[in-house]
Structures are given as structure tokens and as C-alpha cells.
Design a protein around this ligand. Structure first.
Ligand code: 5AD
Ligand code: SF4
Length: 464
């Protein structure tokens, strides 16, 4: 396994000192924080670390921005609309700060790692107190402390991406379902994607540290662990390392194991065998295809063909016939013709995904696709995505209907938001089920018989 530097113990103990100092200073009036997270699960997990650090510094969570002394935006830059939403909300805080001058506004995450963005924010939004990036997340306590001491704008965004900080505090969002980040960064440089530029090169965490985190989570009652990475299939340098990690987790007895995201070019036969052999590895897989046409896949620099992808799907279904597949799909990539789009539609029909995240291509400065000519009008792209969404909706609903009559194990997440009096949770395959029951069952694995299917969710009844 490749060696990668870890943030030094000295640096971490310095940060621990800073967590303590703010805590002492602020203990009397128990300040409150509110974190808004954009983007992927990696960001959600990073926000859990920031929350953990803040709590050690004496802050406690506020469910509304208006009640917070510190509001933090953890940003995403994967598409322009994610950036615009984050910026719009940050600007909205300027108004809040007028009525509450002590409010601290912090902005971190992937967008800050984009070339020139932090500098632009410093110029345009002087009311932001602290700007930091993803590579120096572990330095947040010291940076916050400096912000509180100096009461001037603090900005630190690092370009070096080689470090992994271990042992940071974490405040988890759920007591029964947890994320473990197993690797950071991405080496793939898909032509449309900004992630490799803002998250840096791939670096994997030590397997022993991952397993001990999993053990701690199990000891605290966690039932489901989702391993996270931009491309988990290249964990530990690729090959069988990721499958090995899954075997070890399964052996430890983690009740439910999931992971995301998988790149089709790196999905190994060992991983397919793991699906067949490991009872605790859930029968669902997020395997983004992005497009169904070979020329577009090539221009996206995905490094697999439609035939290769379909072959993977066949092998996975041979191994686990009821595996649920989900995907990410981009429409309107530069130069995509109507026929090339039709190839994506036909692939979706052939694969029959449980669900898919669909996106209109969004040019990202610095990526190679941003330099390609893109003659297709936005109206045409919108029509294409609507067609794709309608097709996927129909397929997804058919798959939900096929679940009727089956008894599935559901991990109860809590009260159903849409159906008062009911509780909800996900099946092993990942379908959301609502059913009558007591919220005390939250965190339990319960057999539920599926009795009907809605547009996106199932209804069921508990089996004794
Ligand atoms: N435009 C549209 N969608 C994108 N994605 C990544 N970059 C872009 C972009 N520039 C999508 C991909 C990826 C998901 C996380 O976001 O489908 O899998
Ligand atoms: Fe982006 Fe491709 Fe890396 Fe995924 S694999 S994060 S789409 S560059």
C-alpha cells in the first residue's frame, strides 16, 4: 500500500490546544453554531468533523441560522448552480449580521479551493470572517481562534493536498448510520469534473485506522457503515485492496455495509465476488455511467466503453440477481448530438436503474471540457434532461412495484416526515419504506412486508 503523509501529532496537539482555549473563553455564554452543507457525502462527513471540533471548543448546535453565533457554509463547486446557491445564502447572512454584529460567518469547502475564489470573496464580501479550504480542515480550531482574537477577516487556503489528519473529533448526524471516509482526492480527471483540482490527488487511509473507527462505531450501536471516497475502487492503490477491506469489515460483524462512489473502469472481479460472498454488504451499488455513447464517454475521459459498462452490470446481476443499481448521468456534454443522447436513453432502458441523479452539463473553469465548443442550446438540453428524468421515473416506479409482496429488512431511521404517525427506513437495496410503528424502533433492523408502491417510496407493514 502506498505511504502517505499524516498530519503530524505536533500539529494536531496544537489544534487540540486551540479547541480548549476557545472553550474556556466562551464557556459562560455557550455559543451556538449552525452548519450548512452543500454537495456530496464527503462534504457531509467533513461537516461532521467541523461540528466535532466546534463542540470541543464549547459551541453547541443550533437548528436555525437565526439562533446561531457562528454560521458555517461547507461549499461544493461541482456545478455552477451549487456555487450560486451557496453564494446567495452567504450574501443573505450579510443582512442577518446587520441585526447581529457579533455573528461569525465562516466559509469552507471545495469552492474555496478553486483558483481565485477565496481572493474574490475577500474582495467582494468583507463581512465573511473566516475562509478556509478542504486541505486545512484540521486547522479550523486555530483559524477560528485567530478570527475571534483579531476580529479581522482570516483566510487560509492551502494548495498542498498530501496530508490526512487522523483522530479529529466528530459529531455524527445519526446514531445508527455512519460515514467513514476511506480515501481523499481523485486521479481520474474526467474532462468535465473539477473535483481533482479542488480535492487533490488520491490518498488512502490506513486500513487499521478505518477498522478501528468501524469497531468504535459498532460498539456505540451503529448498524450501518457507508465507506466514502471519490473512487473507492482505487482504495490502497487499486486492485483487491478495497474488496479486502470489505471482507474485514464483514468479518467484524458490521450489520450493514455500503460504499460510494465506484468508477466503472476500476470495478474489480474481487469486488463482484465480495457482493456474492459477503452477507453484510448490501445489495445496492452506485455506479455512475455519465453517458451511454462511446464517443462521449471518450471525450469525458471516462476510460470505459458502453459495452464494458453493460458487461459489468451483467456480471453484477449474475452474482447478485436483485442488486439495485443507481447512477449519475450528465446530459448536454459539449457537442452531444441527439443520437448520442438517445444512446444514453437506451442504456438507461437496458440497465434499469433503481434511481439516477441527472445533471445538465455545467462548464467548470480549468477543466478540459470547458474549452470544448458547445453548440447545443440550453433549451434543447433541458428537453433532453426532462425526457431522461421521465424515463428513469417510470423505470424506478416499475422496480418499486416489483417489491410488493416481498418481506424486506428495514433499518428504521425515525418518524416519517411525509406520513405523520408512520416510521421510515431503508431496505437492504436502498428503497425507502414508510410503515406504521413506534419511533422507539429507530436504529433497529425490522422485517417489513411491502404492501404498496408510491412514486419514490414504498409502504409496508411490520412482520412479527
Ligand atoms: N456538470 C454536470 N455534472 C457534473 N458532475 C460532475 N461534474 C459535472 C459538471 N461539470 C456530476 C457527475 C458526477 C456527479 C457527482 O456530479 O455526474 O458523478
Ligand atoms: Fe470527478 Fe471523475 Fe473523479 Fe468522479 S472519478 S470525482 S467524476 S474526476
Amino acid at each position: 500500500m502506498s505511504k502517505r503523509p499524516i498530519v503530524t501529532e505536533q500539529e494536531l496537539s496544537e489544534q487540540r490546544l486551540h479547541m480548549q482555549k476557545v472553550h474556556d473563553m466562551k464557556e459562560a455564554d455557550a455559543p451556538k453554531y449552525h452548519i450548512v452543507t452543500y454537495g456530496c457525502q464527503m462534504n457531509v462527513r467533513d461537516s461532521e468533523t467541523i461540528a466535532g471540533m466546534l463542540e470541543q471548543m464549547g459551541y453547541s448546535a443550533a437548528s436555525r441560522k437565526e439562533d446561531a453565533d457562528l454560521v458555517l457554509y461547507n461549499t461544493c463547486c461541482v456545478r455552477e448552480n451549487a456555487e450560486n446557491r451557496a453564494l446567495g445564502n452567504v450574501i443573505w447572512l450579510k443582512e442577518l449580521k446587520k441585526t447581529k454584529p457579533e455573528l461569525l460567518i465562516c466559509v469552507g469547502g471545495c469552492m474555496m479551493q478553486e483558483d481565485g475564489v477565496a481572493d474574490r470573496l475577500i474582495q467582494a464580501y468583507p463581512f465573511i470572517d473566516l475562509i478556509f479550504g478542504t486541505h486545512n480542515l484540521h486547522r479550523f480550531p486555530q483559524l477560528l481562534h485567530r478570527t475571534l482574537d483579531q476580529r479581522t477577516q482570516v483566510c487560509e487556503v492551502l494548495e498542498t493536498d498530501g496530508e490526512i489528519a487522523e483522530g479529529l473529533p466528530v459529531k455524527r448526524n445519526s446514531a445508527h448510520s455512519a460515514y467513514i471516509t476511506i480515501m481523499y482526492g481523485c486521479n481520474n480527471f474526467c474532462s468535465y469534473c473539477i473535483v481533482p483540482y479542488v480535492r487533490g490527488r488520491e490518498r488512502s487511509r490506513d486500513a487499521e485506522l478505518i477498522l478501528s473507527e468501524a469497531q468504535q462505531l459498532m460498539d456505540s450501536g451503529v448498524q450501518e457503515i457507508t465507506l466514502l471516497g471519490q473512487n473507492v475502487n482505487s482504495y490502497g492503490g487499486g486492485g483487491a485492496a478495497f474488496a479486502e477491506l470489505l471482507y474485514r469489515l464483514d468479518k467484524m460483524g458490521v450489520p450493514r455495509i455500503r460504499f460510494m462512489t465506484s468508477h466503472p473502469k476500476d470495478l474489480s472481479d474481487e469486488l463482484i465476488a465480495a457482493y456474492k460472498e459477503l452477507p453484510r454488504l448490501m445489495n445496492s451499488l452506485h455506479l455512475p455511467v455519465q453517458a451511454g455513447n462511446d464517443l462521449i464517454l471518450d471525450q469525458m475521459n471516462r476510460r470505459y466503453s458502453r459495452a464494458h459498462y453493460l458487461d459489468l452490470v451483467r456480471k453484477l446481476r449474475d452474482a447478485v440477481p436483485d442488486i439495485g443499481l443507481t447512477s449519475d448521468i450528465i446530459v448536454g456534454f459539449p457537442g452531444e448530438t441527439k443520437q448520442e443522447f438517445e444512446d444514453t436513453m437506451s442504456l438507461v432502458e437496458q440497465v434499469r436503474y433503481d434511481a439516477a441523479f441527472t445533471f445538465i452539463y455545467s462548464p467548470r473553469a480549468g477543466t478540459s471540457a470547458a474549452k470544448m465548443t458547445d453548440p447545443t442550446p440550453m433549451k434543447e438540453k433541458s428537453e433532453r434532461i426532462e425526457q431522461l428524468i421521465a424515463l428513469q421515473q417510470q423505470i424506478g416506479q416499475e422496480i418499486l412495484s416489483e417489491q410488493i409482496g416481498l418481506t424486506q429488512t428495514v433499518l428504521v431511521e425515525g418518524e416519517s416526515t411525509r406520513n405523520p404517525g408512520a416510521i421510515c427506513g431503508k431496505t437492504e437495496r436502498g428503497h425507502m419504506v414508510n410503515f406504521p410503528g413506534n419511533v422507539d424502533l429507530t436504529g433497529k433492523l425490522i422485517p417489513v412486508r411491502i404492501i404498496s408502491a408510491g412514486r419514490n417510496t414504498l409502504r409496508g407493514e411490520m412482520q412479527s
